[in-house]
Design a protein around this ligand. Sequence first.
Ligand SMILES: CC(C)(COP(=O)(O)OP(=O)(O)OC[C@H]1O[C@@H](n2cnc3c(N)ncnc32)[C@H](O)[C@@H]1OP(=O)(O)O)[C@@H](O)C(=O)NCCC(=O)NCCS
Length: 190
Amino acid sequence: MWFGNSLAPAEDGTVNGTLDLLGETKRLLLRAPQERDLKEIADLWTDPRATEHIGGPRDRDMVLDSFREYAADPYACAQDEGERWWSIVEPSSGQLVGLCALLDKEIDGQIETELGYFLLPAHWGRGYATEAARPVVEHALSELGLESLVAIIHPENAPSVGVARKLGMEFDRQLLRPDGVVRHLYRSRR
Ligand SMILES: CC(C)(COP(=O)(O)OP(=O)(O)OC[C@H]1O[C@@H](n2cnc3c(N)ncnc32)[C@H](O)[C@@H]1OP(=O)(O)O)[C@@H](O)C(=O)NCCC(=O)NCCS
């Protein structure tokens, strides 16, 4: 079982390099969040539709503060908080369309790594989430050496279930989260 403290960067710098730039897919670029992404990131986390199944709109200033801090030092946040975020960018426009993440979470007393994918609604329905999340899954299971990866999904979030299934994740179990909400756990194994 892999635990959060193995987030330490690899000696050869591979993991550091990956945090800066995870790679390019056919249509998208995955790189560390930057100052110039902050407006779109805040738009995403304050959007009622985008956050409908993930806890509702957040406070804009709080989002700006935490992503500004992340952008300033992604390595420290990966190391200290067990959080790795990548901006999903359309290379042609340089615009942020969403975010992908690997987040350490305690689930039923175990530290698991959660895969997160979040898009601004203008970019839904084009297969972007699946395309962007695929290299994140590969990175987690190969370079980071995780044995498995989970997605924690609101039972009514059909598009998210669609993405998880297209990524090869399977329904694992129903969860009752500490705040009393029910979620479905999907899992991908190495
Ligand atoms: C979930 C989310 C990332 C999906 O992004 P997306 O790029 O539109 O997803 P994709 O186009 O890659 O694929 C979604 C799949 O779900 C399916 N889907 C979409 N809406 C659906 C619905 N209402 N019912 C059933 N399936 C649906 C799609 O048909 C697609 O599958 P297909 O390619 O086999 O047709 C996007 O809706 C989003 O950002 N939502 C808000 C944030 C969020 O909830 N994130 C997930 C946290 S667990």
